[in-house]
Write a protein that binds this ligand. Structure first.
Ligand code: VGL
Length: 182
């Protein structure tokens, strides 16, 4: 068995000062870095939201559920990983060039390998999922992971939510599908 750390969307636009900044985003980046320094994994992968023209995912009047202010545009610093994320990454997976993509499993690395392919190549069976946002991309990545057969844990203290009021529901949804929440 192998165990991977999947770091979801710890990007400038999702941290304080970004176009879709989430409270606690930059602190989460720091905390993940400390955690990763103290806890060895067989593989460490970061995902990035990477938009070119994601259609109705962007809106001038966003509802913050299905539509959002423009964020993480390819070629802008908003799309870059946050400076506080100081982790040796084995791979980066980009998602969402032309459509909304909440799950890291919908992305590919620069060789065109999906996250699932990358994990299988390295014999990974277990995943810890951390990052931003708890109630969107972290949740969807973890749900896809269990669907694909990975033993999956979300480390809640190493996540930041768009809407902290969603957290009870997120816990319930993850728990119902067999994701461990710690
Ligand atoms: C995300 C809202 C819109 C996320 C991405 O990374 O959780 N949230 N796009």
């Amino acid at each position: 068995m192998g165990k991977a750390l999947v770091i979801v969307d710890v990007q400038n636009d999702f941290c304080e000062g970004g176009s879709l900044g989430v409270d606690g985003g930059s602190r989460t980046a720091t905390d993940i870095s400390v955690f990763a320094g103290n806890n060895p994994y067989d593989l460490v992968v970061a995902t990035r939201d990477s938009h070119i023209d994601p259609g109705e995912h962007f809106s001038d009047e966003p509802d913050y559920v299905d539509s959002w202010p423009p964020h993480c545009r390819v070629g802008t610093t908003g799309q870059h990983l946050h400076d506080n994320l100081d982790v040796a990454l084995d791979a980066i997976v980009d998602k969402g060039f032309y459509a909304a993509c909440y799950s890291g499993f919908e992305g590919e690395d620069s060789w065109g390998r999906t996250l699932d392919e990358l994990l299988k190549l390295r014999g990974i069976t277990d995943l810890d999922v951390v990052g931003i946002a708890t109630d969107y991309c972290v949740k969807q990545t973890a749900l896809d992971a269990v669907r694909l057969g990975y033993s999956t844990t979300v480390l809640l203290d190493l996540t930041a939510a768009v809407n902290p009021n969603n957290l009870d529901q997120v816990r319930a949804d993850l728990d119902a599908q067999g994701v461990t929440v710690r």
